[in-house]
Design a protein. Structure first.
Lengths: 123, 123
């Protein structure tokens, strides 16, 4: 695979599995491309909330708006140009505010594969 | 390690090894923290250029300004909110323009360790 550039306008944004909020994500690079990491964009409508136990290391870069992430009783809030690192194994609640939010994300390893493995394990 | 938030104002930006341009980087998370990925911020002054063969998978998110990346005779240009994915093994030339650029980056595995291993191998 060669160097590639991505804009959010290139993304097919869809609701992520296991959540029913108005939060959509689109992978630009993932397990289909043969590399070790997943890269994508996310968009949160206003005042959404998502709780998740991370099955991968997940880095979010806030591109627009603002997100708060609560983990273990502590909350961090990130705005444009700021990074939130969510290590594998942590349980987080991600909340958007009045203006919603747009993010870029990178996960190691691929979050979709890890999700599917967890779902199979729960059956 | 718990969830953490980073702003570029938290970074200690230093010239990266092996380049003499006005390009500075600062890791916020790396091999010292026990996880699999390095996370950091970069700042390019105007009209800088850096050629590199990537020893890791490297994702840059442009936060401000504009960068062009040339790889294998093809150039992509990214502005604020856009992502450039540079796979391990590729040789790239990264160029900033009149306004310079600020980036967030994520690498897998840790770029500093991979650099040091390459440097030792070259001796």
């Amino acid at each position: 695979m060669k160097v590639r550039k991505f804009a959010i306008s290139d993304a097919s944004l869809e609701r992520s599995p296991g959540q029913d909020g108005d939060i959509v994500v689109g992978n630009m690079v993932d397990q289909r491309h043969g590399g070790p990491i997943t890269i994508g964009f996310g968009r949160y409508a206003q005042s959404q909330s998502l709780e998740e136990t991370l099955v991968v290391d997940d880095v979010m870069v806030v591109l627009d708006g603002r997100l708060s992430v609560t983990n273990d009783g502590r909350t961090v809030t990130a705005g444009p140009g700021e990074i939130v690192y969510m290590p594998k194994g942590e349980t987080v609640t991600i909340r958007s505010h009045e203006q919603g939010a747009v993010t870029a994300y990178v996960t190691y390893p691929h979050w979709q594969e890890a999700h599917e493995a967890r779902t199979r394990g729960n059956r």
